[in-house]
Write a protein that binds this ligand. Structure first.
Ligand SMILES: NC(=O)c1ccc[n+]([C@@H]2O[C@H](COP(=O)([O-])OP(=O)(O)OC[C@H]3O[C@@H](n4cnc5c(N)ncnc54)[C@H](O)[C@@H]3O)[C@@H](O)[C@H]2O)c1
Length: 712
């Protein structure tokens, strides 16, 4: 048994098969590349070979990419150039083999895998769901280093090449065919027959040229310098808009492609290797690689210890409350084939819930993510009710009614009487205590918090919150269901605000305190966005709705006292009722057709609330630190109290639940990179000039004393 085998048929067609021994996936490690080189060298001198077919023996995987741990181990540019040029040289050798080559892709063909097959003359892909093709390197803060920036744009044209490489997009077989990355997409069941036919066509006289002529011609923009220059200019503008310049890798890829697209590929490969080597040792790339590892480890996460039996799968679910969240949760369940009964007190609300689910499905149809029939079938899985009919066959009921303890407790008791004993009862509460909600239940062991984020179809995080009496089986089943719904669940211990709201709301409140200290709405938000946050805290408050946000700040104030005191301005806003954010067209901003301006009414309210006669004027650095360090301090406390198991999970939760900038690696990684003692010192300074809100968490003080970091 070998990692790479070659067989040769009587007709001269050799087949090279990848099957990394002892591994679930094929990857291009340094060792594998060496073996591949020796196989290619032998093929190069074998005069009996007329054509070569590249395949994988692993189901669902062609080649998943280069070995990420090897990429991660590169710590200087010199090493980066050596590694890139080593891979490039072997792939060049494959390209130069004196006979036509066909790659048969049935499964993931990503990064180095795609770079390898781009050196073949032709590519055939299966229509399997597992066939994913692309160059996702920018997601790890690097660029393709084995020729991807050279061969892909030359094959598919500049515009499509940039679109795929700069966004790190992956394509299914049919999409890859439409974009010209593969020559044909065929049903998985017939891929071997199709490969045989393709090889015959390749071997027929003039076959290779005839097959290449079938490819779509490249666009007119590709042929002349002004056209290519314009395409690159537009791509750069879009990139800057999308990333605010925080991610150097796509910009570097663009620069490499712009410089080398129309030139000699040998020179192009050198430029690519250099750019790759400059990116790979950067902190941003290392941060993104670490997040990739955490993401992978969360795929195996069960939320409980390994001796808990795997729960049986949810077949049917009910959702109570067909509002914004209930409609979204019903969509997420039916999208994965789970039948849903959607209950509300009024049919009008159910119709709205169904409409919002339908809208998401049909957007998917428009983007060709699913067919019209599939969308119809999925939507058909949701049925409505104003009573508890259908609840008897539900394995789980998810509650999403308004945030009111009394109302929720009442409905949980009704659910208990209307569901079988084994049914899990989950609440989507944003901040109410799970243990308190379960306190009147006969079976609190099957009660749990399952906190989705809005909009449900886009936000990947689910906080899974066990109460004091929740059983491990209930936790395991809830984690399993959330994963099946395509989400990333993380178990959070019950505390006011759970993890995300507990850390994020102080960011919003701090912005309001800053307004009181004389900073402007635009300055505060733009400093946060410049740091990398997807939205400034005040724009975020408007999105969520100030009434909703204020309720959570009040729960936090009750739970944590002075350090989370809800800003007095909030109380005025609620009284006003017209400044509730986007939903009333005015909050911190006034919303016009396509743009927003700071609300004058809100500014008057701020002035009347805080005349700000003091000489204290927060500078840019102070504003940034007040917004970010207030979160760091709370995150540290959460870790200290065991609200979340590990720093990695906390960082990932913040990225997935709030859009905290991935290039920074997470809040706690940011703290490590700034230096814990520096953070403590800064918090103390802020505490001295503002308030006790910034009193450093004891864990930070202790870590600074012992010179420790959150990550090894
Ligand atoms: N809106 C968010 O961004 C968000 C995010 C996460 C969690 N949550 C939480 O989700 C829950 C629901 O929030 P929402 O924004 O979807 O509210 P919503 O007001 O949009 O919807 C609530 C729905 O519940 C229905 N309802 C009220 N009483 C009911 C009852 N007794 N039985 C059945 N249905 C009833 C209402 O008719 C309404 O359709 C709240 O606990 C909220 O804190 C909200």
């Amino acid at each position: 048994m070998q990692d790479i085998t070659v067989s040769r048929a009587d007709n001269g067609v050799a087949t090279l098969t990848f099957d990394l021994q002892g591994e679930k996936v094929n990857k291009l490690t340094g060792e594998v590349l060496k073996k591949l080189e020796s196989v290619i060298d032998q093929l190069a001198v074998d005069t009996r070979v007329k054509a070569l077919v590249l395949k994988s023996a692993k189901p669902g995987i062609f080649i998943a990419g280069a070995d990420i741990s090897e990429i991660d181990s590169i710590t200087d540019e010199k090493d980066g150039v050596v590694k890139a040029e080593f891979g490039q040289a072997i792939i060049n050798k494959l390209e130069r083999l004196p006979f036509p080559k066909l790659a048969v892709i049935d499964g993931a063909c990503l990064g180095g895998g795609l770079e390898l097959v781009l050196a073949c003359d032709f590519r055939l892909a299966s229509d399997s769901k597992k066939t994913l093709i692309g160059l996702p390197e920018v997601n790890l803060g690097i660029i393709p280093g084995f020729g991807g920036t050279q061969r892909l744009p030359r094959l598919v044209g500049l515009q499509v090449g940039l679109e795929l490489i700069l966004a790190g997009k992956t394509l299914k077989g049919a999409q890859a065919h439409r974009k010209g990355v593969v020559d044909k997409c065929v049903p998985q069941a017939f891929i071997n027959d199709e490969a045989e036919k393709f090889v015959s066509a390749m071997l027929s006289t003039g076959g290779v040229d005839a097959l290449k002529r079938k490819r779509k011609k490249r666009g007119a923009m590709d042929r002349f310098w002004p056209g290519t220059s314009l395409v690159c200019w537009v791509a750069k503008k879009q990139l800057i808009k999308k990333t605010q310049g925080h991610y150097p890798a796509p910009l570097a890829a663009l620069k490499v492609i712009r410089k080398t697209y129309q030139g000699n590929i040998t020179k192009g490969l050198k430029v690519e290797a250099k750019a790759f080597s400059e990116l790979v040792p950067t902190t941003i790339s290392k941060n993104l690689v670490q997040l990739f590892y955490t993401h992978e480890s969360l795929k195996k996460y069960t939320g409980v210890s390994s001796d808990i039996a795997v729960p049986s799968q949810v077949r049917q679910a009910s959702v109570v409350g067909a509002g914004l969240m209930g409609g979204g949760i019903a969509w997420a369940l039916s999208n994965k084939g789970i039948a849903v009964r959607l209950k509300d007190i009024q049919w009008g609300a159910i119709a709205k819930g169904l409409e919002s689910a339908a809208e998401v499905f049909y957007k998917g149809v428009k983007r060709r993510k699913l067919s019209r029939v599939e969308a119809g079938l999925k939507l058909g899985l949701i049925s409505g009710a104003t009573d508890f009919s259908g609840f008897q066959s539900s394995n789980i009921v998810i509650e999403a009614i308004p945030e009111n303890m009394g109302l929720k407790k009442k409905i949980f008791q009704e659910m208990e009487s209307n569901c079988p004993e084994a049914t899990i009862i989950a609440s989507n509460t944003s901040a109410l205590s799970i243990s308190e909600m379960a306190s009147d239940l006969r079976h609190p062991d099957r009660f749990i918090g399952m906190h989705f984020f809005s909009p449900v179809h886009r936000m990947p995080l689910v906080e899974v919150i066990p109460g004091e009496k929740t059983s491990p089986e209930t936790i395991a089943a809830t984690v399993q269901l959330a994963k099946r719904m395509g989400k990333t669940p993380i178990v959070i211990q019950n505390c006011p605000g759970f993890l995300i709201n507990r850390i994020l709301l102080p960011y919003v409140s701090e912005a309001v305190y800053l307004l009181g200290d004389g900073a402007t709405i635009q300055t505060i938000d733009s400093i946060a966005v410049k740091f990398g946050m997807p939205l400034g805290p005040l724009a975020l408050a408007d999105e969520v709705g100030l009434d909703v946000g204020i309720k959570v700040t009040q729960i936090l104030e009750q739970g944590y006292g002075d350090r989370m005191k809800s800003p007095p301005l909030f109380k005025k806003v609620v009284e006003d009722k017209e400044l509730l954010g986007k939903k009333t067209n005015e909050g911190f901003y006034r919303y016009m057709d396509k743009h927003k301006v700071p609300s004058e009414k809100m500014m008057r309210l701020i002035k009347s609330e805080s005349p700000n006669n003091s000489s204290y004027k927060p500078t840019t650095d102070v504003i940034r630190d007040r917004l970010i360090l207030i979160m760091v301090n709370e995150a540290a406390r959460c870790l200290e109290e065991g609200i979340v198991e590990k720093a990695e999970y906390l960082d990932m939760a913040m990225i997935m639940g709030t859009g905290f900038p991935p290039f920074r690696g997470g809040l706690l990684r940011y703290a490590d990179q700034q230096g814990i003692s520096g953070i403590v010192e800064r918090l103390q300074q802020l505490a001295d000039i503002t308030s006790n809100r910034f009193k450093p968490a004891s864990i930070l003080i202790e870590m600074a004393r012992l010179n420790q970091t959150f990550y090894k």
